[in-house]
Write a protein that binds this ligand. Structure first.
Ligand code: PPE
Length: 306
């Protein structure tokens, strides 16, 4: 269950958790008209800091722009400031932040223009996403029978609620078959991403990840890992990944705000490499942690202190 906090930000005002309610006729509930973000605020050596706040909020506005919802009366800077204030008023050291922008109460027609755009930011404490042990031991996953949406159907680069109906098909199938997560292919059969994570593969010391054209969300953690990999001296290639490479990889890992960097230890019951977290995955996890724990390290621009 979500752990309630005291305040939620709504259209520029702090309201009580219990008062953040909507009518059953809001457009978003019927037609999926919602875009959102998932952001972590970490406890660091220099105090609570929101990880890559600007990049997440830029993506929120990008997503909103695609669905013609970006003129809701606030700038990107104002939303970043609102997140800082929200963490402060809720007196949290670390949490997950969920800005959500959606079409509210008005008409119930598919054409949404008569429905006002509402913006909320919620935050609450959140631990490890794929289980407490996952960051060290890894997770068991399957290749999903569901594909990610094809190009020019539902835009994968927009973090829209409707995309998560597809994610739910992927993760429900995986869970009911005893796996932690599913890896979806794109409509051409190449590896795309997990239901809520980007994916990376390691073979002979070189790192691979699917290109953005493979129906993947342009993950902020994906970008973080691409940069850290270069700084650690790893070669990294963005290229189409055939399904069978998943079974030949030395290492596989997921990236995401919630999942952070989570090793994958088997795919379709075939062990990945030795079946344990590999050295490249571990090295990248350490590089990631050191930025956060130190309060910025080599990347002070990635942290927004609350
Ligand atoms: N792909 C998908 C489909 C996705 O949902 C996420 C984040 C990512 C990739 C990684 O993106 P980023 O967080 O920017 O590195 N998934 C979010 C939602 C998870 C949820 O359960 O809700 C998240 O990790 O916050």
């Amino acid at each position: 269950m979500i752990e309630a906090t005291q305040k939620i930000w709504h259209n520029g005002r702090m309201i009580d958790w219990e008062d953040a309610r909507v009518h059953v006729c809001v457009h978003a509930l019927h037609y999926g008209t919602s875009v959102f973000e998932g952001i972590r605020c970490y406890e660091t050596a220099k105090g609570p800091a929101i990880f890559r706040a600007k990049e997440h909020i830029r993506r929120l506005f990008d997503s909103a722009r695609v669905y013609r919802m970006n003129d809701f009366g606030f700038t990107e800077e104002q939303i970043v400031d609102a997140m800082r204030e929200l963490v402060r008023v809720n007196s949290l050291k670390s949490c997950y932040l969920r800005p959500v922008v959606f079409r509210g109460y008005g008409d119930l027609h598919v054409l949404p223009f008569n429905c006002p755009v509402e913006a909320y930011i919620v935050c609450w404490p959140w631990g490890a996403y794929l289980g407490a042990e996952a960051l060290e031991k890894g997770v068991d996953v399957c290749v999903s029978s569901w594909a990610r949406p094809a190009q020019n159907t539902l835009p994968a680069a927009a973090k829209a609620a409707c995309n998560y109906m597809n994610s739910q098909l992927i993760v429900m199938e995986a869970a009911q078959n005893g796996y932690t997560e599913g890896i979806a292919l794109d409509s051409n059969g190449y590896v795309s991403e997990g239901s809520g994570e980007n994916i990376f593969l390691v073979r002979d010391g070189r790192i691979y990840t699917p290109p953005l054209g493979s129906s993947v969300l342009p993950g902020i953690t994906r970008d973080t890992v691409i940069r850290l990999a270069a700084e650690c001296g790893f070669e990294l290639v963005e290229q189409l990944i055939p399904r069978e490479w998943l079974y030949m990889a030395d290492e596989l890992f997921f990236t995401g705000t919630a999942a952070e960097i989570t090793p994958i230890r088997s795919v379709d019951r075939i062990p990945v490499g030795s079946g344990e977290r590999g050295p490249v995955t571990k090295r990248l996890q350490e590089a990631f942690r050191s930025v956060i724990d130190s309060g910025g390290g080599a990347h002070p621009e990635w942290l927004t202190f609350v």
